[in-house]
Design a protein around this ligand. Structure first.
Ligand SMILES: CC(C)(COP(=O)(O)OP(=O)(O)OC[C@H]1O[C@@H](n2cnc3c(N)ncnc32)[C@H](O)[C@@H]1OP(=O)(O)O)[C@@H](O)C(=O)NCCC(=O)NCCS
Length: 158
């Protein structure tokens, strides 16, 4: 059974292993960006104030207590900024990425957030299809954005 909940301190080692296993061989985003994000979950950084602040949003999907999906984001002035979504390779294409994103939207909608935003590479077809399927629209095309790569900016009213 899948359980979706906010990341807890007790999850951090589990989350770090999950990210190392699933993010580091993801070829579409720049390697330094992946290393940066994976290292944010290194248990030695968990005391970082930003990581545990009210403005940071991280929601995980667990199967039998093991993390199989993680969505990472920030909260700012009514907006949920998704920075990345990652699903365990064995759990992909079963609706979990959609379920986790929708559940995260609901958590923050209840707290008064009015809009969710995500940025994706134009060639990340699976991610772009997922966002479109759950109601996001392309609001902007960002030229030479992160690491000088073009990105789509997707948005949805909550
Ligand atoms: C992108 C990702 C999060 C999708 O997670 P998922 O749980 O497999 O997605 P879902 O099962 O909810 O799929 C929803 C829709 O997305 C699209 N989709 C997902 N995977 C796809 C694939 N491999 N090929 C084509 N379309 C795909 C489909 O439209 C799918 O709907 P359908 O199954 O009814 O056709 C997952 O593949 C992943 O972790 N990828 C690596 C990291 C990444 O790219 N993250 C996003 C950018 S930060």
């Amino acid at each position: 059974m899948i359980k979706i909940e906010k990341l807890k301190r007790a999850d951090i080692t589990n989350a770090y292993k999950f990210i190392q296993k699933n993010l580091m061989d993801f070829p579409l985003s720049p390697k330094h960006s992946r290393v940066h994000w994976a290292e944010r979950f290194n248990p030695k950084y968990v005391a970082d104030d930003l990581f545990w602040s009210e403005d940071y949003a991280c929601v995980v999907a667990k199967s039998d207590g093991k993390i199989v999906g993680l969505v990472n984001g920030y909260l700012d002035s009514g907006i949920v900024w998704f920075s990345w979504l990652l699903i365990d390779k064995k759990f992909r294409r079963k609706g979990l990425g959609s379920q986790l994103t929708l559940a995260t939207e609901q958590i923050y909608k209840k707290k008064g957030y009015h809009k969710a935003v995500a940025e994706t590479l134009p060639n990340n077809t699976r991610s772009n299809k997922l966002l479109k399927k759950i109601g996001y629209v392309i609001e902007a095309k960002l030229r030479k954005h992160y690491a000088k790569q073009d990105y789509f900016q997707w948005a949805k009213w909550l």
